[in-house]
Design a protein around this ligand. Structure first.
Ligand SMILES: NC(=O)c1ccc[n+]([C@@H]2O[C@H](COP(=O)([O-])OP(=O)(O)OC[C@H]3O[C@@H](n4cnc5c(N)ncnc54)[C@H](O)[C@@H]3O)[C@@H](O)[C@H]2O)c1
Ligand SMILES: *[C@@H]1O[C@H](CO)[C@@H](O)[C@H](O)[C@H]1NC(C)=O
Length: 262
C-alpha cells in the first residue's frame, strides 16, 4: 500500500520530490529537516458518529507523530487535520510543551474545508463563481461551533433570514452530509485533500515571505475566553504571526459565537 501511494503521488507534475516512509521505525527519516508537516492520519467517522467519537484512537496517533516532530523538526509548522481538531490541537500543544518546543504560532488546526464549503454554498445561493467568494468561518470544527461569518462575506452580500439559516446549517453539517452519503465508507477525503493543499500552500507562501497571506485556522487564541479558536490568521515566516479579532458581527452571528464558546 505504501509503495502504491508513493508511486501514485509521484506521477503528479508538481516538481515535488516524493518519498515514502512507513511506521514508527521510519518516522524520524520522514520528519527530519521538514519546514511544514501536514498530519491527516487517523480514523474517519462512520454514519451516526460525532468527531468526538474518534478522540481515543486519533489522540494517540497525533501524540506519537507530534513527539516525532518535537524531536526531528521542532521548528516546523504543523497543519493538523486529524479529528476532532478542537481536541487534537490541544493535545499536540501539550506534547510540544512537554518537549519544550511549543510555539503557538506554528501549530495550526486545519478548518479550511469549512471555508471551502462556505464559499461553495454561498456562491450557489448568490449565483456567483465560488472562486470569487470568500467567507470567513470562525469558532470550532464541529456542528454548531462552526460559525460562518456571512456578514463579512466577500463580495459584500446580504442574505434573507431563511438564506442565513440554510447556509449556516449546511456549512455546519457539511461533513455529516458527506459521511451519510458515503454510508459507512468514510468521511470527506477528496474535498479535504483539496482544502489541505490550499491551506498548506498558503503556509508555504507565508514561509517564503509573501505578504498578506490570510486564511482561517484553529489556533491558540486570545480572541475569546477559549484557549483555542478558529479565526482569520496572517501566515508568515513564523507561522500564524497575527491572529485577527472577529470583526463586526450581526445579531445572528453574536448568538452563534456565544453558542460556539460553550
Ligand atoms: N479537518 C478536517 O476538516 C477533516 C476533514 C475530513 C477528515 N478529517 C479527519 O482526517 C482523518 C483521516 O481521515 P481519512 O478519511 O483520510 O481516513 P482514512 O482512513 O482514509 O486514512 C487515514 C490514514 O491514516 C493513516 N494512519 C492510521 N494510523 C496511523 C498512524 N498511527 N500513523 C500514521 N498514519 C496512520 C492510515 O494509514 C491512513 O492512510 C480523520 O481523523 C478524519 O476525521 C478532518
Ligand atoms: C470539541 O467540540 C465538541 C463539539 O462541540 C465538544 O463536545 C468537545 O467538548 C470539544 N472539546 C474540547 C476539548 O473543547
Amino acid at each position: 500500500m505504501l509503495q502504491g501511494v508513493t508511486a501514485d503521488i509521484s506521477h503528479m507534475d508538481t516538481g515535488a520530490v516524493v518519498r515514502g516512509f512507513l511506521g514508527q521505525p521510519q518516522l524520524e527519516s520522514a520528519l527530519t529537516g521538514m519546514d511544514l508537516v501536514v498530519i491527516p492520519a487517523g480514523v474517519p467517522r462512520k454514519p451516526g458518529m460525532t468527531r468526538d467519537d474518534l478522540f481515543k484512537i486519533n489522540a494517540g496517533i497525533v501524540r506519537t507523530l507530534c513527539e516525532g516532530v518535537a524531536k526531528c523538526c521542532p521548528n516546523a509548522i504543523v497543519n493538523l487535520i486529524s479529528n476532532p481538531v478542537n481536541s487534537t490541537v490541544p493535545i499536540a500543544a501539550e506534547v510540544f510543551k512537554k518537549a519544550g518546543t511549543y510555539d503557538p504560532k506554528r501549530l495550526l488546526g486545519v478548518t479550511m474545508l469549512d471555508v471551502v464549503r462556505a464559499n461553495t454554498f454561498v456562491a450557489e445561493v448568490l449565483g456567483l463563481d465560488p472562486r470569487e467568494v470568500d467567507v470567513p468561518v470562525v469558532g470550532g470544527h464541529a456542528g454548531v461551533t462552526i460559525l460562518p461569518l456571512l456578514s463579512q462575506a466577500k463580495p459584500p452580500s446580504s442574505f434573507t433570514p431563511e438564506e442565513t439559516e440554510y447556509l449556516t446549517k449546511r456549512i455546519q453539517d457539511g461533513g455529516t452530509e458527506v459521511v451519510q452519503a458515503k454510508a459507512g465508507a468514510g468521511s470527506a477525503t477528496l474535498s479535504m485533500a483539496y482544502a489541505a493543499v490550499k491551506f498548506a500552500d498558503a503556509c508555504l507562501r507565508g514561509l517564503r515571505g509573501d505578504a498578506g497571506v490570510v486564511e482561517c485556522a484553529f489556533v491558540a487564541s486570545e480572541v475569546t475566553e477559549l484557549p483555542f479558536f478558529a479565526t482569520k490568521v496572517r501566515l508568515g515566516r513564523r507561522g500564524a504571526e497575527e491572529v485577527y479579532q472577529l470583526g463586526p458581527l450581526n445579531e445572528y452571528e453574536r448568538v452563534g459565537t456565544a453558542k460556539g464558546e460553550k
